[in-house]
Every structure is written in C-alpha cells, then in structure tokens.
Design a binder for this molecule. Sequence first.
Ligand SMILES: [Zn+2]
Ligand SMILES: [Zn+2]
Length: 339
Amino acid sequence: MKFLTHALILTIAVLLSACSSQLKRSPSTPETATSATNPEALTIQYLGVGGHLISYQGSQLLTAPSFTNPHLLRTGPWMPLSADIEKIDRYMPATDNVQMLLVGHAHYDHLLDVPHIAQQHTPDAVIYGSATTRNTLLPALPASRLVAMNEHMGSSTQPGRWFYSADRRIRIMGLESGHAPHLMGLKFMSGSHEQPLKSLPWHAFGWKEGQTLAFLIDFLDSDEQPVHRIYYQDAASQAPAGLVPPLEDGKNIDVAILCPASFSQVEQYPESVVANTQARHYILGHWEDFFANDLEGKQRFVRLTDEDEFIERLEAALPANSDWVLPGLFSTHRFEPET
Ligand SMILES: [Zn+2]
Ligand SMILES: [Zn+2]
C-alpha cells in the first residue's frame, strides 16, 4: 500500500513537472522605492515563495524565504534534500536588524533554508511558528529563539496574544489558519512533529506541515501605537481559518499578503480573506513557480494555478480604493501610512 502511495505521488510529480505556465502579467518592480523620503513609509521586499523583508524606521521583520528551491523530482519521499548554503548567501539581502522571523507552516519550501538564515543572516531574530516548526528546528537552533504559537494564536472569533520585538517597535499575533490541498483535494507532507527532532529532516516529506498560521504584524511608533498593520499568510486557507477576529482597536489593515498557490483547492479564496481584511493594499506572495527556478531569470506562474482567475476574482472582491501588486522577485514596494 505504501509503495502504491509513493508510486502515485511520483506519477503526479512527473505530471506536474511539465505544467507551470508562462506569466501573463509583468511583475511590478518599482525603481523609486529608495528615493521616496517619507520616514513614516513601510517597505516590503519580496524574496520569493513565503519570503518578505518588512522594514519600518530601521526595525525589520522577515517572513521565511526559500532560495534552495529544488527541482520537483527531488522533492519526493526518501530523496535527500538539504539547504543550498551558497545560494542562500548569494541571494539573501542584508537583514542585520531583523528581530522577528515568522513561519506560517513547516513545509520544506518555507523552512528548509531557515536554519542557515537564522544562524548566519538574522542572528538576533526570534522565530515564531507552530510547535511543529519549533520541534523541527530544535536540532539546529537554541530553544530560546523558537516560540511555538499554538497556545497563543487567535482565531476568527478570538484575538490571540501580541508578542513584541526587543525594541518594542514591532508586535505580532498568530492566527489559526489552514493549508489548501496541493491538487485534486490531496495534501502532501501533512501531519506534525510532536517531539523535538534529533536532526533536521533529510527529505522533503520529513518537513511536516504542522499547525498553519496567519499573522498580524504591527509596526509601532515610539508610543507603541500601530502605524502600519500587515496581514500575512503563506498558504491559501479555507475560511473561517485564516480570518482576523474583531480587535476593536480602531486600526485598519494597511497591507494584506495573499497566497495564490493552490487557491482553487479551497472555497471562496481570495474573496473570504479580502472581505475580512479590507486592506488598502494587497500583495500576492508565493505566486511564482519555485521548482528549480532561476532566481535571476523570468518567473513563471505557480503550476496548476490559474493566474487570470485569481486576479479577476481578487479585483471583483477588492474594496473601493484598494490596490494590489504582483511583486517581482527581490523588488521592494513602499507603502505610506494611512492619513
Ligand atoms: Zn505548504
Ligand atoms: Zn508553500
């Protein structure tokens, strides 16, 4: 039976390996991001897959990026897989001020590169994710840097606990979310790690999903009042999972980061999250086909995902005066505070 399952997975993998599609729109790559002078502006640099580097007045937060991006055929069960250190070091931007590193779920395309990034590129960052994320990373990182959010996350009806950065200019709240199936209602690499691992997983199927989270991220002024509020998720979620509860603090969501990958495998996505977040700006994350992609080349849209349908449905659901952007790889977008 196990053999049959793996044979099926391999067959699907071979099928999938030929079907990413040519991008229909040019991703946005503004060149003026650093020339604007408003010191109150927020910048978000897209690093690919779930990775965004978010900066405000010298305080930085990173959501887990992925640079290794192996070929699909190397992501099957029992195929040795490890982080490409040289590639991470080549493409990782300067992240010396990163204080918080958020992980939405523990699949290899979100976590494989995190041990090296946390050790070498963000030595001061505390990592926030699920208990599975913590248990997966414990062989590589000290327990003091790994926070399991399962007991602290909010839901669509209940706020969770705010966690503050060391300089108290950033705070984050985990929210119970979910992960769309990959295709035909099937989800790979599900399950969790209930105990700390003894060593990092050596093949893709060892990186188990765990509890999937969305996050609210607030960048704060010197009085600890929110200036920019960001919603982040790294997997398409089935509502009510992934929705933000009423906070009643008068602060709207400024930027919401959505996930086109596998969106058609859940119902009412992105409509449910757009209706719930009512953000001024939407960013499409996790949109490019990341299997063995050339990080300096043209990107293709994530396979088995209809770019036109996602964007048509997003535009139909968009609140008045909202906009959206498909960010080019490594491009930086600037967002002014709400006036
Ligand atoms: Zn995933
Ligand atoms: Zn993913």
